[in-house]
Design a protein around this ligand. Structure first.
Ligand code: GDP
Length: 139
């Protein structure tokens, strides 16, 4: 079924000029980039976005990381896009990520792991709505 998922190319990747290389992996997987914008996240946006992790010991570090450099926010579309992109990203910790995944190829550590992808269709809708107007998504 055709779905949409929300993706972020994180600061460790934009800083190393990896946007194009990561987009190539996304496109080669069959997912389509139907909206994309480079932004500097505000502290409030990063705190809201990762609210689910507020009680975790790495929350402060995570928020600081996400506002440390520009990020690229994206909407990806395709068959089973949510699960498909989780596969394409690989495990959270790059040491455990499968060969060929974005995190295996590019991530530096469990924190600086190059990309975000929604973990459910419901969360994808919420996350997309935080950063995009429907009119800016061209499927
Ligand atoms: P994801 O869905 O694979 O991105 O993983 P999670 O939802 O578990 O964690 C969200 C994000 O928090 C991860 O992508 C990392 O950037 C960060 N994170 C997770 N675990 C750690 C950790 O142990 N230390 C640090 N610094 N960041 C972490």
């Amino acid at each position: 079924m055709t779905e949409r998922t929300f993706s972020i190319i994180k600061p460790d990747a934009t800083k190393r000029n990896l946007t194009g290389k990561i987009n190539a992996v996304i496109e080669e997987s069959g997912l389509r980039i139907v909206a994309q914008r480079r932004i500097r996240m505000t502290q409030e946006e990063a705190e809201d976005f990762y609210d689910v992790h507020r009680e975790r010991p790495f929350y402060g570090e995570l928020v600081e990381f996400m506002i440390s450099e520009p990020v690229v926010v994206q909407v990806l579309q395709g068959d089973n896009a949510v699960a498909r992109y989780r596969e394409v990203m690989g495990a959270t910790n790059p040491a455990q990520a499968a060969d060929g995944t974005i995190r295996k190829l590019f991530a530096l550590s469990v924190g600086e792991n190059s990309v975000h992808g929604s973990d459910s269709v419901d969360n994808a809708k919420i996350e997309i709505a935080q950063f995009f107007d429907e009119a800016d998504i061209v499927g």
